[in-house]
Ligand binder design. Structure first.
Ligand SMILES: [Zn+2]
Length: 342
């Protein structure tokens, strides 16, 4: 393949090495009727305070998750390069078309942005942007924090999350990042379909990466925004990029994040058929294997009894469903258990 085929088609006027604050756009070409050279402008800010670490904070990878865009854009406005050591790259609405539409999937190409890595410079909108982030931005940073919520379908127990890794040093550093972000829970997981995410791409580049799930049900979580704002601030303090000591205290009086895990498929509850799912538990509820997770109702066959759906493992509800209509095979709940080091 000639080298030009690998080159990103995204252009911008940001100088990532220049000290000070720059707020601008990544321009992703998106030709359309009446706009041969049209672009989609993705907001990006770079706050460069000189020598020090580089970190990437992202929100709006999914457009129906609102805490990240609020927290990341707020930090982009308030962060003063004069009091910063190192560089913070902030992207508050990575999949901007999805964020404007309030949807998980990108309305331009119908893709889930967080399933597009490592991307493709000749691919669709999401693939082109994912390729730029993977090939240009991730190689510049040591830390990545990607703020999500559970979207329209679910509500998450407020948490950071990370992949389990065989590399002990990387595992320890990622646990430390999560402890300093300091959401009430940190979930270590052995995921379903996780190789194409931003966090997975970051890890392939040697970046210490966590994501966070700080709300859901398609609305803004008051507590989620608070945790996101404090978490990003905490990470900068932990990295000694700004002055201060991370505040890791929790509303229940505990001193820090509680490490949890989703080790295998048993943590996931799958819909046994299409229907209307009635959940019985809120995020954070303690549950047991065999306990009722909820009932699947069949409103088009009123005489049919609801089908009980059970949890398959002991633990606490990480993701609580609230989407109403579900299809056979949909995940309608995820259970996390206390993390064990083995
Ligand atoms: Zn998300």
């Amino acid at each position: 393949m000639p080298e030009s085929a690998d080159r990103s088609r995204v252009f911008h006027e940001i100088d990532f090495d220049r000290p000070g604050k720059q707020i601008g756009y990544l321009r992703v070409p998106q030709s359309r009727d009446g706009g041969a050279w049209a672009t989609i402008e993705i907001p990006i800010a770079v706050v460069n305070g000189g020598p020090g670490p580089s970190v990437l904070f992202t929100g709006g990878v999914h457009g129906d998750e609102y805490e990240g865009p609020i927290a990341v854009s707020g930090l982009a406005r308030s962060l003063d390069p004069q009091s910063l050591r190192g560089r913070v790259i902030l992207m508050p609405a990575v999949d901007l078309p999805a964020a404007l539409a309030g949807r998980r999937m990108c309305p331009i190409d119908g893709r889930d942005f967080n399933r597009c890595f490592p991307g493709d410079p000749r691919g669709s909108f999401c693939q082109v942007l994912a390729h730029f982030i993977d090939s240009t931005i991730l190689p510049m940073v040591e830390i990545s924090v990607d703020v999500h919520a559970a979207g329209s379908a679910m509500e998450a127990a407020p948490s950071s999350n990370m992949h389990w890794k065989a590399d002990v040093e990387m595992m320890q550093k990622t646990l430390a990042l999560a402890e300093n972000f300091a959401a009430p829970y940190n979930v270590v997981f052995w995921g379903v379909d996780e190789t194409a995410t931003l966090a997975a791409a970051a890890e392939r580049r040697g970046v210490i990466a966590i994501a966070a799930e700080l709300g859901g049900y398609g609305r803004v979580s008051v507590e989620g925004v608070r945790i996101a704002r404090r978490g990003l601030d905490n990470v900068l303090k932990w990295m000694r990029m700004i002055d201060g000591i991370p505040d890791t205290s929790q509303p229940d009086g505990t001193p820090g994040t509680r490490h949890m895990e989703v080790r295998d498929q048993k943590g996931y509850v799958f819909a046994p058929s299409d229907g209307l799912f009635e959940p019985l538990h809120l995020p954070g509820a303690e549950v047991r294997a065999g306990q009722l997770a909820g009932h699947l109702h069949f409103v088009e066959e009123w005489e049919r009894s609801p089908v009980p759906v059970e949890f398959r493992t002991d633990g606490f509800v990480w993701m609580a469903p609230g989407q109403g209509r579900v299809r056979k095979g949909d995940v309608i709940g995820v259970v996390m258990a206390p993390h064990s080091a083995e």
